[in-house]
Design a protein around this ligand. Structure first.
Ligand code: NAD
Length: 263
């Protein structure tokens, strides 16, 4: 299937590693101009070089802390200056702190709110007016299966990501008539640094090895394995495509069957 997004420009947040990096690469492969960001300059330069080498495009990269409004504003300004427009916005973020209710402080809640929900709201604020004027846009938020089925010990993720789903659904209703779609991807367990770190933490708590924890995670999944970042990226890039023009306000699980409920 021809995805029809050659020549579109895309901004992918939190994209120096894992799912964000895989999405950036796949959009580049589809012929999009791609902008990436994270807090680490060296990592960004390496990813930009890798994308340039593989897909012969020059990605824009910006050091941007998703918890800082001024960084978000500077990032959008740089991308618009370079590409002239933003057609596709993928709101990804680092995972919020793990922990149960009684372990989390007010500061943890504030920081997770900024990272998971407010950063996406801020990027949308800056990007959507021009999408409306040009009557074309794709917003995709990377969330988690936690929005369908809470994950033990991830209180912040379980709580705040559903705020993002509510925001996305409301926004999708407001902008649908301008051909701007807003959707969410809910990844299941995916083999990235994030899942590795969570496995190491759980292993310490349960006095096991992280390999054992990863095997136990896989056993919860009907497909009996974790996802690759590219499997999450494929669904994300489809939602960014011309072909996904009538899909909006949706949350699509990419989880190997992990969520046990029907809806
Ligand atoms: P990862 O840790 O591999 O990568 C996270 C990226 O976010 C990195 O590029 C990092 O530099 C960047 N980042 C972190 N904090 C940032 C900040 N304040 N400002 C800018 N950039 C920042 O994570 P991942 O596994 O690719 O996960 C991506 C998202 O998907 C996370 O929110 C995660 O919780 C969620 N998720 C992951 C899984 C999984 O199994 N890996 C499952 C469900 C949901």
């Amino acid at each position: 299937m021809e995805l029809g997004i050659k020549g579109k420009s895309a901004l992918v947040t939190a994209s120096s590693k894992g799912i964000g990096k895989a999405v950036s690469e796949m959009l580049a492969e589809e012929g999009c101009s791609v902008a990436i960001c994270s807090r680490n300059k060296e990592e960004l330069i390496n990813v930009a070089d890798e994308i340039k080498r593989k897909y012969s495009i020059e990605p824009v990269w910006c050091v941007c802390d998703l918890n800082e409004l001024k960084d978000i504003e500077a990032m959008v300004e740089t991308v618009v200056k370079q590409f002239g427009k933003i057609d596709i916005l993928v709101n990804n973020c680092g995972g919020p702190e793990a922990g149960n209710f009684q372990q989390l402080t007010d500061k943890n809640w504030q920081s997770a709110f900024q990272q998971v929900l407010l950063s996406a709201v801020r990027f949308c604020n800056l990007v959507i007016p021009d999408m409306i004027l040009r009557e074309w846009g794709r917003i995709i938020n990377i969330t988690s299966v936690a929005v369908k089925q809470p994950i033990d010990n991830l209180m912040l993720s379980n709580s705040l990501r559903n705020g993002l789903i509510g925001f996305a659904k409301s926004l999708s209703n407001e902008v649908a008539k301008y051909n701007v779609t807003v959707n969410n991807i809910a990844p299941g367990y995916t083999l990235t640094n994030r899942i590795y770190d969570l496995a190491v933490n759980t292993a310490k708590r349960e006095e096991k090895s992280h390999e054992e924890i990863l095997i136990e995670m896989a056993k919860e999944i009907p497909m009996n394995r974790l996802a690759s970042p590219e499997e999450i990226a494929s669904a994300t890039v489809f939602l960014a495509s011309k072909q996904a023009s009538y899909i909006t306000g949706n949350t699509i699980q990419v989880d190997g069957g992990l969520v046990k409920g029907i809806y």
